[in-house]
Design a protein around this ligand. Structure first.
Ligand SMILES: NC(=O)c1ccc[n+]([C@@H]2O[C@H](COP(=O)([O-])OP(=O)(O)OC[C@H]3O[C@@H](n4cnc5c(N)ncnc54)[C@H](O)[C@@H]3O)[C@@H](O)[C@H]2O)c1
Length: 382
């Protein structure tokens, strides 16, 4: 298939580009380096030394004989994006191109404005480019489980049947996000749903939980191909942060009571999920929503897991509860449906002790690059 990956330089985008090229798809990856620029501005650079997208694609080709076409450009610029659509004529577009940091979106006016404008304009432009240049193209959009928040009822996969005053209808599941970034994802979903029901687009919105890991078959071939691995308070997801803290000999920073429960998945399962969504496209006029995670863990459970494995490797891991910089429930009910991707064929890779040990070993190789100044939270919600 002809696959256009937006945000192709990102933590998920680059591994996806390589994996799909290896499977024989024709892949184009587009990025404007927004994440690298924000990381530089906020002193949140990745632990790993990642060549830029052009250099990575150049390194990948001779190793594999496979090509990833690179476009450096801004998806929020419609002229640029529509040119890419006209030229490449994608059969599927995978839209990762957003500002994904909740803390960044909560830093102040300018960061909030950038997040809102970038994420909504990019999504709006993807919709418009599909409608005008590639109407059959399947849009696979990365949403987040954070759109649902932590309601005191079971979370369904996107939709909820409601009976009210004796009548029934089906609606998007109520969403109540906990940061401006997560709120832009809610707004993206509403935008997509409007265009799906009005103009018959085909869209899959993947409500993904936090992803961990830095190993994929392609990334393991050469150091230049590994994904951007962040461990700071702005871009680092909790598992990646705890692993790096364990290696650095810094106590794992549990926010508040640590009962915050979410659905997690390994990077290699993200690749599987996105591929399954691509090979089993949504129908015309369908907004298919799939909850994309494999296992539920509380923050305390993740800290305990990292401590147990780290201690076994002689790291002497400590855990410390610190004041929660976010506004969120620290103890809550959490039960989320996630059968859709399994029905499509997902074979989950759970977070075993071996998986945790493998990640710690990889991070130990970059130990000298860990900057302790990037570890403690710098952004507070209020
Ligand atoms: N990583 C996770 O744990 C996780 C969890 C849930 C959802 N998601 C979602 O998955 C997607 C990818 O996440 P990620 O972790 O790879 O983030 P990332 O920041 O590493 O990747 C996003 C990429 O998109 C690029 N980008 C942003 N705006 C752009 C624009 N206007 N034009 C071109 N490129 C642009 C960035 O430069 C970056 O390289 C995001 O939409 C994120 O919200 C990620």
């Amino acid at each position: 298939m002809r696959v256009l990956i937006l945000g192709g330089d990102g933590y998920l985008g680059w591994p996806t580009a390589m994996a799909f090229a290896m499977k024989g798809h024709e892949v184009a990856a587009m990025d404007n380096y927004l994440r690298r620029n924000i990381a530089r501005e906020t002193c949140s650079e990745a632990l790993t030394p990642n060549p830029n997208l052009i250099e990575r694609a150049r390194a990948f080709q001779p190793l594999t004989g496979k090509k990833v076409e690179v476009v450096i450009g801004d998806c929020a610029d419609y002229r640029v994006l529509s040119e890419v659509f006209n030229k490449f004529q994608p059969e599927v577009v995978i839209h990762y191109a957003e500002q994904p940091s909740a803390p960044y979106s909560m830093m102040g006016y300018e960061q909030a404005r950038v997040t809102l404008a970038n994420n909504l304009t990019a999504t709006f432009n993807v919709i418009q480019a599909v409608m005008s240049s590639a109407p059959q193209c399947h849009i696979i959009k990365l949403g987040t489980m954070g759109e649902y928040g932590t309601p005191n009822i079971d979370i369904e996969e996107g939709w909820l049947d409601i009976e009210h005053n004796g009548r029934k209808d089906k609606f998007l599941f109520p969403r109540q996000a906990g940061s401006l970034y997560h709120t832009t994802k809610v707004l993206d979903t509403d935008l997509l749903w409007f265009y799906v029901r009005t103009f018959g687009l085909r869209v899959t919105d993947l409500m993904q939980g936090p992803v961990y890991g830095l190993s994929t078959p392609e990334a393991d071939m050469d150091e230049r191909l590994i994904p951007n691995f962040h461990y700071d308070d702005i871009f680092g997801t909790v598992v990646n942060r705890f692993l790096t803290q364990a290696v650095a000999g810094v106590p794992l920073t549990v926010y508040g009571k640590g009962g915050q429960t979410r659905g997690y998945l390994n990077l290699i399962d993200t690749l599987q999920c996105v591929e399954l969504a691509m090979l089993n496209p949504a129908g015309k006029g369908e907004l298919r929503i799939l909850n994309q995670f494999v296992e539920l863990f509380s923050v305390n459970q993740i800290a305990d897991k990292v401590k147990k494995v780290g201690d076994g490797m002689g790291l002497n891991v400590k855990i410390e509860s610190i004041a929660n910089p976010r506004k969120e429930r620290e103890e809550h009910y959490y039960n989320a449906a996630h059968s859709g991707l399994k029905e499509l064929g997902l074979k989950p890779h759970p977070m075993t002790d071996e998986v945790v040990a493998g990640m710690l070993e990889r991070i130990i190789r970059y130990r000298e690059r860990i900057d302790r100044g990037k570890i403690m939270p710098r952004v507070r919600w209020s």
